[in-house]
Design a protein around this ligand. Structure first.
Ligand code: 5GP
Ligand code: MG
Ligand code: MG
Length: 193
């Protein structure tokens, strides 16, 4: 079995479950974006959101703009440093625009709060968040949306460090088409295998 080979202890959401849920979130988002007078700017947070972003926007049949931002707050481990910084900024001007931030996971909320403040400074007229996973049990900072912004989420995630569907451990496992929990021994290995 593939999972065993890559050191996954168990699967939380299968590829089919992910696909079904992404379709539902896309439908919800599409209905809201269709009601806007002009195209929204979808801001994917690299690298973790890349698969969710790609699957989501393909299923949102509405005129929209896609851009990427890179925000880093993690070292190689499983704990956030708590001090996010923008390491690659947007290309698109979001002043006066409706922005939807697409994230892989909201954990403490530090990264997202920092990014929202950044986009607000750039003059976005509304800021929504669409996150694949939400881990409310770990929240330290309240995520405040801007204007008519809404919060969309794929799944509520239990308090485990999860990988797959974009989410990494030490930059590995992003390509898994499902979400799983790593075997504890995987954390002790270096990234050479
Ligand atoms: P926060 O700033 O909300 O604590 O963390 C947000 C970022 O931390 C996410 O975008 C993600 O990169 C990383 N992160 C938080 N929880 C997990 C997890 O369970 N698994 C993985 N792979 N990354 C996580
Ligand atoms: Mg992220
Ligand atoms: Mg990471």
């Amino acid at each position: 079995m593939v999972s065993a080979e890559v050191g996954i202890d168990y699967v939380l959401w299968t590829e089919d479950e992910v696909s079904t849920r992404v379709g539902e979130v896309a439908a919800e988002l599409a209905a809201d974006l269709r009601a806007l007078p002009e195209p929204a700017v979808i801001v994917g947070v690299a690298t973790g959101a890349f698969l969710f972003l790609a699957d989501l926007v393909r299923r949102v049949d509405v005129r929209l703009v896609v851009d990427l931002v890179r925000v880093e707050s993690y070292g190689a481990g499983t704990e956030s440093s708590g001090k996010p910084r923008i390491t690659a900024d947007l290309k698109v001007d979001v002043a006066g625009k409706h922005v939807v931030v697409v994230e892989d996971i909201v954990d403490t909320g530090n990264t997202l709060s920092y990014l929202i403040a950044h986009l607000e400074k750039k003059g976005a007229s509304s800021i929504s968040v669409c996150t694949f996973l939400d881990k409310p049990a770990r929240r330290k900072v309240n995520v405040h949306l801007v204007g008519d912004g809404k919060f969309y989420r794929g799944f509520e995630c239990p308090d485990y460090f999860v990988v797959g569907y974009g989410l990494d451990y030490a930059e590995l496992y992003r390509n898994l088409p499902y979400v799983g929990v790593l075997k504890p021994e995987m954390y002790k290995k270096d990234s050479s295998n």
